[in-house]
Design a protein. Structure first.
Length: 268
């Protein structure tokens, strides 16, 4: 086997360790075309190349760590800030989180960058967002209810600034853009899914790829698609994260049941 070829045995081992064997594949469609896009970029890039040997080594390391730590979907609910219930409210929470889960980068030092005080400590990065949502719910602000975002009388920008307030002088990065995402997503859900995240999920009929594609087609803020060397390149990072989070939070059941979960890709 050359360094340019994927190792089928290792791929099978990784899939089986998470219960993602090829038997779960329901049919030849739908497909997100994320892997096809990645292949196009890999085949047409000049300044960047992928080492298959390095990829195999990284996959083997990840598999070893997962085995040592008994890693499973249970890890998602184990974190103190993630919701524990397996109901529509948790689906709403995950949708809200992944809708806003982008760009927490700051040029400031650790003591000055955006941070959230909650439950006796400061949270940064992704966890600062989750802390904001949990803090708002504790304050009886229905921040994870999509219909609430659309009602600017009950949910003005000033209230959203309060929800996402910082413990430092730095405001949450791209807060205006995040507020726009909330308003836009609420409108889309109202027009197409009866203002229900659960209805959105059910519409995909237990297909991870179908749900990713539906998010990209329906919600502009989930549709991270670009062009490179003459063709469309589909990244769909947060759309895939939404599916992965549902699968983990619901342990592959209920709103997290997907017959083709192996069709989504790894992301950083």
């Amino acid at each position: 086997m050359s360094d340019d070829e994927a190792d089928p045995e290792l791929l099978t081992l990784l899939c089986n360790s998470l219960g993602l064997g090829t038997h779960s594949r329901v049919d030849a469609s739908p497909d997100t075309d994320v892997l096809g896009s990645a292949l196009h970029v890999c085949n047409n890039s000049i300044d960047v190349a992928i080492s298959m040997a390095g990829t195999r080594a990284a996959a083997a390391m990840l598999h070893s760590q997962m085995q040592q730590r008994n890693y499973s979907t249970a890890a998602w609910c184990a974190h103190e800030l993630h919701p524990k219930s397996k109901d529509a409210a948790t689906a709403d929470f995950i949708f809200t989180t992944d809708l806003l889960n982008f760009c927490f980068w700051s040029e400031r030092g650790a003591a000055e960058r955006f941070a959230v005080e909650y439950r006796g400590r400061r949270w940064t990065g992704y966890w600062s967002l989750v802390a904001c949502l949990q803090r708002a719910l504790d304050e009886d602000i229905p921040i994870t209810t999509p219909s609430f975002w659309r009602n600017e009388a009950d949910c003005p920008d000033s209230l959203l600034h309060h929800v996402f307030r910082s413990a430092t002088a730095e405001e949450m990065p791209l807060l205006r853009e995040r507020i726009a995402c909330l308003r836009e997503a609420s409108l889309v859900l109202s027009q197409n899914f009866a203002s229900s995240v659960a209805a959105l999920i059910v519409s995909a009929n237990h297909s991870a790829a179908a749900l990713v594609n539906r998010l990209a087609a329906s919600f502009p803020c989930f549709n991270d698609v670009h062009r490179f060397e003459g063709r469309e390149v589909r990244i769909l990072k947060r759309a895939q994260i939404f599916v992965a989070d549902l699968w983990a939070a619901f342990d592959g059941e209920g709103y997290g049941r997907f017959e083709d979960i192996d069709r989504i890709t790894m992301f950083a």
